[in-house]
Design a protein around this ligand. Structure first.
Ligand code: GDP
Length: 194
């Protein structure tokens, strides 16, 4: 997809603030700091529209990025950040529930994992959750540039195995650094926008 327009429309803390224009949405879920913002920025060719940071746990809002006035990327707050209080974690859970379970315009979720590591318990839980609610999932295994080429196949396989991923689910090895996987990611996304 050629992106000619990309704008952040709202950083929402509750469902009252979600956009109401009915455009389809592709959400991104993943551990804090896994590379969700970098993924968005790479796909839309902007250096810094989505806020990236090396400090995990920063984004506690649902960020809606409207792309080409055609659909939204929805960046969901990352999970698995140890230094949050129980109360904050509960608030996070409620936000997730409000969005993933009831959002009618949600078409698919990109589950972003770090290809260097085994998916965490939280990753597995997130995957199971999406499956349970029958939300289409595309797995994006990012930071591909950080592993040697001869490890790729085995790391992809490990990601699938640990997630117990449905063989029908697409997994795309990706790097925000080199742009590898970008075209594959766009084709996967476009299928859900058609
Ligand atoms: P978020 O919290 O999930 O939005 O993660 P960010 O996009 O802010 O990325 C967290 C850190 O990982 C930043 O320092 C990024 O530069 C780095 N990062 C993200 N994606 C990649 C990638 O594909 N390759 C490399 N080498 N670093 C990445």
């Amino acid at each position: 997809m050629k992106v000619t327009k990309a704008e952040i429309v709202i950083s929402a803390v509750s469902k009252k603030q979600y956009p109401e224009d009915g455009l389809p949405e592709i959400a991104l879920a993943g551990r804090s700091n896994v590379g969700k913002s970098s993924f968005i920025n790479k796909l839309i060719q902007r250096k810094n529209l989505a806020r990236t940071s090396s400090k995990p746990g920063k984004t506690q809002t649902l960020n809606f990025y409207r792309i080409n006035d055609a659909f939204y990327f929805v960046d969901v707050p990352g999970y698995g950040y140890a230094k949050v209080s129980k109360k904050e974690r509960e608030k996070w859970g409620q936000m997730m529930e409000e969005y993933f379970r009831f959002r009618e315009t949600l078409r698919a979720v990109l589950l972003i994992t770090d290809i260097r590591h085994e998916p965490t318990k939280d990753d597995v839980q997130m995957y199971d959750y999406l499956k349970y609610y029958e939300i289409p999932v595309v797995i994006i295994a990012t930071k591909l540039d950080k592993i040697p080429k001869n490890k790729r196949d085995s790391f992809v396989k490990r990601t699938r195995t640990v997630l117990q991923a449905d063989p029908q689910d697409v997994l795309i090895p990706f790097s925000a650094e080199t742009g590898e996987g970008k075209e594959a990611a766009w084709s996967a996304i476009e299928k859900y926008l058609a």
